[in-house]
Design a protein around this ligand. Structure first.
Ligand code: AHR
Length: 630
């Protein structure tokens, strides 16, 4: 091998210069930023899909907690009868705790005793996670024909039948009322194999609805978000949350849209609604909860308002018919931002949040290119005019190009196989700069399921180098979908960033790619010229002038090491001590899972750079951030 190399030298020397393979290089013009990086570049996109909310980031532990108007069955409710006890359960369509929830679970106990109580159980979202030394907050609405019958609520292990925690509620009357309880576990094993029971010790009829149980939440916000998932989201350093969808905003039918006014206030006034992802939403994650989620992460909402199109090709004609929907959007903005002098600001204050929320971006609809009636231009213009008139400072996002007015921002979506993500990494390099700014509101490389594999992460990272390079045009971007319950039947859309079950969660390789790009964002894009590296090596660079830091991202999607001659131009010096963070694997198929969550995770190396020109190798199938101080 060595001999062959030497014997080639005279041959190479005699070849014309253009035919001699040039060494791969990356030239960085550090003193010459090409664009400001939008401080909001990376954010989160969310909707109720893959059981993202109920049983997920909204950590309600009781499945089908509320029996909505057109509820089909009591699928996750079943009877509890031991020994001599006897019970029947059914859906009672004649009584419920409120106008919004007119039905209930009827529990008819015909035989029961202290030793053999009877009642109902709920199996949760593929089990109920129980942890040691933990306090759970519960409540239910009930009435009975046997006034004073005590109701015992217990967390019970599916396999052993052992009770992990129990509490008894007394004083149930003949009128609908809400009762609260607390369940405290002692030294029990952490497991998802549990169910919740509600039992009585004597024959009686009990009607139940809105049975709820919450674990501790992120930052202890009452009925807030699931801790492990929020920690993972916080680690992405997101700057915004695009809410509430996605298709979830639109619904299949107009009546099934995200009708925000039905998602605020006490739970008992929220009727619940069917989602386009084929299961019902409790609407526990209502508009205010979304906003509080933003507040928990110290990020801004990007508020998508329903714009008169639902996916079964139902649309509302622009003009008088659309006016109520435009008014709804104006009210929604007022709910988010209004003070006590406004009707909907007052409503928010009544709901428990005095301070208005920051809001700069409002999106009109979602993926309106699918509206075959082509009514979006007119619908967008009507929303645009009304919103700009009242809130001129708001930046309005269109979901499809329109002609009658110029949107501030255009939302473009990309779901691509890895090969296309590589090919499209330069998609925006020559894009028109005279039109609206771009929000890449949904994008993902789709390889692997339920969560993306390393190949997908390589495609994502290649794509993100393109977004960073075009930071003058792309102001925001959010991967989608964000979350998936990995249990059988939990997923409606494969390739989702973060997977979980009732007990634990993990980040996919694509998640870690997001963490790296979000953490090392920088404030200005730096000209980064990659040469002779082949079509599957990608690079971008940003700097933070205040911190005198340079963040060089190199994606090597090949099976060989990529050795780059790196040149830092336009700076006098670079510190010798640098950090290289690498996310890599032996094959592109490697991935993380609920049982093997840490197969592909970033690894940090301290390295020494020789000077302003140095050679650096990047591992096969790797995503790298090189952090340099200058
Ligand atoms: O992210 C999943 C879906 O993809 C979104 O709901 C929709 O906007 C897009 O088509």
């Amino acid at each position: 091998m060595r001999k062959l190399t030497f014997s080639l030298i005279p041959l190479i020397a005699s070849l014309p210069l253009s035919l001699v393979a040039q060494a791969p290089s990356l030239d960085l013009q550090v003193d010459h930023p090409t664009a400001q990086v939008s401080p909001m570049l990376y954010g989160l996109m969310t909707e109720e899909i893959n059981f993202s909310y109920d049983g997920g980031v909204y950590p309600e532990l009781v499945r089908d907690r509320a029996i909505g108007k057109d509820w089909g069955s009591l699928f996750h409710w079943s009877m509890v009868a031991r020994g001599e006890s006897a019970v029947q359960i059914s859906m009672d369509e004649t009584t419920g705790p409120s106008e919004a929830l007119p039905r209930s679970i009827k529990v008819s106990v015909t035989a029961a005793s202290e030793a053999a109580p009877a009642g109902v159980q709920n199996d949760g979202f593929w089990g109920i996670a129980v942890r040691p030394q933990t306090t759970y907050t519960g409540s239910f609405y009930a009435k009975t024909d046997s006034v004073g019958v005590p109701v015992t609520v217990s967390l019970v292990n599916d396999e052993t039948g052992a009770t992990a925690a129990t509490a008894t509620v007394t004083g149930v009357t003949g009128e609908w009322k809400q009762y609260s309880f607390t369940l405290k576990t002692a030294d029990v094993p952490a497991t998802a194999n549990n169910h919740l029971t509600l039992t009585v010790p004597r024959p009686s009829t009990l009607w139940l609805d809105l049975v709820s149980l919450f674990p501790p939440t992120y930052h202890d916000r009452p009925f807030g978000n699931r801790i492990d998932l929020m920690e993972k989201l916080a680690a992405m350093h997101p700057k915004f949350l695009r809410l509430p969808g996605g298709n979830y905003l639109e619904g299949d039918h107009i009546a099934e849209r995200f009708d925000w006014k039905k998602t605020i206030g006490p739970w008992v006034d929220r009727p619940t609604h069917p989602s386009p992802w084929h299961y019902r939403s409790s609407d526990g994650m209502g508009l205010l909860e979304y906003l509080e989620w933003c507040e928990d992460l110290k990020i801004e909402p990007v508020l998508a308002v329903y714009a008169g199109y639902s996916m079964a090709q139902e649309h509302v004609e622009p003009g008088p018919a659309l006016k109520p929907y435009v008014d709804d959007a104006l009210d929604e903005i007022e709910f988010v931002t209004g003070g006590p002098e406004t009707k909907w600001g007052t409503e928010r204050i009544k709901n428990g949040h005095a301070a208005p929320f920051p809001l700069h971006y409002v999106e009109i609809g979602n993926e309106d290119e699918f509206d075959h009636s082509h009514s979006y231009d007119g619908r967008f213009a009507q929303f645009y005019t009304a919103i700009k008139q009242r809130y001129p400072h708001l930046q309005l996002i269109a979901t499809d190009p329109v002609k009658s007015v110029k949107p501030d921002v255009l939302d473009e979506h990309f779901y691509l196989p890895a090969e296309e993500s590589y090919a499209k990494a330069s998609h925006y390099d020559k894009a028109d700069r005279t039109g609206p700014k771009i929000f890449v509101g949904e994008w993902a490389t789709r390889e692997g399921t339920p969560t993306p594999n390393l190949e997908a992460a390589l495609g994502d990272a290649a794509w993100m180098t393109g977004m960073e390079r075009n930071a003058d045009l792309i102001i925001m971007a959010s991967y989608a979908p964000l979350l998936v319950n990995v249990n059988p039947g939990g997923m409606q859309w494969d390739t989702d960033l973060i997977g979980y079950d009732a007990l634990s969660s993990y980040g996919s390789p694509s998640y870690w790619a997001q963490v790296l790009f979000g953490t090392y964002l920088g404030t200005e894009a730096v000209d980064a010229k990659l040469a002779n590296a082949g079509p599957r090596v990608f690079a971008s660079a940003t700097r933070d002038e205040k911190q005198r830091k340079l963040f060089v991202k190199v994606v090597n999607a090949t099976s060989e090491e990529a050795a780059l001659n790196i040149a830092l131009n336009g700076v006098a010096r670079v510190e010798r001590d640098a950090t290289l963070i690498t996310l890599s694997g032996k094959t592109p198929n490697v991935t993380n899972s609920i049982t093997h969550p840490d197969v592909v995770v970033p690894v940090e190396h301290k390295i020494a750079v020789a000077g302003l020109k140095f050679k650096q190798s990047f591992a096969p199938y790797s995503i790298n951030v090189l952090e340099l101080s200058y």
